[in-house]
Design a protein around this ligand. Structure first.
Ligand SMILES: N[C@@H](Cc1c[nH]c[nH+]1)C(=O)O
Length: 413
């Protein structure tokens, strides 16, 4: 009988093949982040609830997975990486080293309640955060790194949507709405849900001019400069105009670096987390329904922790990225096969295996005649080596000869 204890909703086991594939993707992204000068750090898996609720532009508290500490204080499983990293950087901040470029590989926990069976309450993010001065070049380097992340894992058909949170915030700021109502409007714009947006704006009895621009926002996307020109024409205050000019500068530099073809401008993009203050972006893979990269500027968070710094970053939603790569056949196990040492005498087999393991090979010992021709077998009885998918057997004379031959064969695998 099979053991069928159920798992809670939104979590899953990972069997070794999938684990291996996941590690490969993570390793690729980690390497890229290192090459761009980001150094890896780690924050605790759970922190105080207070950290997340007292912030300007925090995330939805219903999404946090909570626990109660012995002293009655509420703890939260890391619902976001950016907030704890900002806390951490601020705790050791010093004026002599004002800039820091950090990366992370971490699990995020969110109390999703999807209607379908496929939703995740625990997922992996690989991300980067840059604390320092805000400028076009820093933003462009982040955008470039996001694009390079897609390329690194073998994708060539993807798109990065770039928006400007300031454009929306400078507009909605004039509408006299509560933060809660602003968020509802923001959500409808992001979903490009025009009928509901229209209805909502009627209910709120907004000023005609503001209402008209808000209704245009879901349409303000595309690959051409025309979107930026239109956004500029629609701007009703200088902050909005500056936001468009900034985006124009970013786009022009990104284009100069040869990344223009991957970019789409989207002024309706504000992002699911509310701490963004400037350039925001989302990375999409063709025919994959949700963004696998999310990021942007969040200059208001560091000052909240007493640090006069600006900040930008992004996270790659690794599990979603893997699902998309798998669907495109772009993910293959790169590991070499394990070597099987077949020995009638287990102790003899162990000694040979130990020597090969010392040299870095992955080895198992077997007392059964290996049946698959897909195996890499060293037969101690006949002193032969058989490689996968080959009927030909190579002979060896002694241990030195064996390790040398295995090295050659393994190296060419
Ligand atoms: N923390 C964001 C991604 C991000 C990193 N830095 C800035 N934004 C997320 O979970 O989507």
């Amino acid at each position: 009988m099979k053991f069928t204890q159920q798992l809670p909703k939104g979590v899953a086991d990972l069997f070794s093949q999938d684990y291996q594939l996941k590690q490969q993707v993570i390793e690729d992204l980690k390497q890229l982040n290192r090459q761009y000068g980001f150094r890896q750090i780690q924050t605790p898996t759970f922190e105080y609830y207070d950290l997340f609720i007292n912030l300007p532009g925090t995330m939805d508290t219903d999404q946090m997975i909570k626990m109660v500490d012995h002293d009655g204080k509420i703890l939260v499983l890391r619902p976001d990486a950016t907030i704890p990293i900002t806390r951490m950087v601020a705790s050791s901040y010093n004026d002599d080293h004002p800039e820091s470029k950090l990366s992370y590989v971490t699990n995020i926990f969110r109390m999703e309640n999807g209607e379908s069976d496929v939703f995740s309450r625990s997922f992996m993010q690989v991300g980067v955060e840059h604390f320092g001065k805000a400028c076009v070049e820093v933003d462009v380097e982040m955008i470039a790194l996001a694009i390079e992340s897609f390329k690194k894992v073998g994708l060539d058909r993807f798109q990065l949507d770039i928006g400007q949170a300031t454009y929306f915030k400078a507009l909605i700021g004039e509408a006299g709405l509560s933060t809660e109502d602003q968020l509802i409007v923001q959500e409808k714009i992001e979903q490009k849900n025009l009928p509901e947006l229209k209805q909502l704006l009627e209910e709120f009895q907004l000023d005609e001019e503001i209402k008209n621009v808000l209704l245009q926002l879901p349409h303000l996307f595309g690959t051409s400069e025309a979107v930026l020109n239109q956004a500029d024409e629609l701007a009703i205050n200088s902050k909005m105009k500056e936001a468009v000019q900034y985006l124009r500068d970013v786009y022009s530099l990104v284009d100069q670096l040869g990344y223009g073809a991957f970019i789409s401008i989207d002024l309706g993009l504000i992002n699911h987390l509310n701490y963004y203050t400037g350039v925001v972006f989302q990375g999409f893979i063709y025919d994959f329904g949700k963004p696998v990269i999310q990021g942007g500027r969040y200059d208001d968070l560091p000052p909240y922790f007493g640090m006069q710094q600006d900040a930008i970053g992004f996270g790659v939603y690794v599990d979603d990225l893997i699902a998309a790569l798998k669907a495109r056949g772009l993910l293959q196990n790169q590991t070499s096969p394990t070597i099987l040492v077949y020995a009638a005498e287990w102790a003899e087999g162990f000694k040979v295996a130990r020597e090969l393991r010392r040299l870095g090979f992955e080895v198992e010992i077997t007392k059964e005649v290996p049946s698959s021709n897909n195996a890499f077998v060293i037969d101690l009885n006949t002193k032969t080596i058989q490689t996968p998918q080959s009927n030909e057997k190579k002979t060896y004379t002694n241990m030195e000869d064996l390790t040398q031959k295995v090295g050659v064969i393994y190296g060419s695998n």
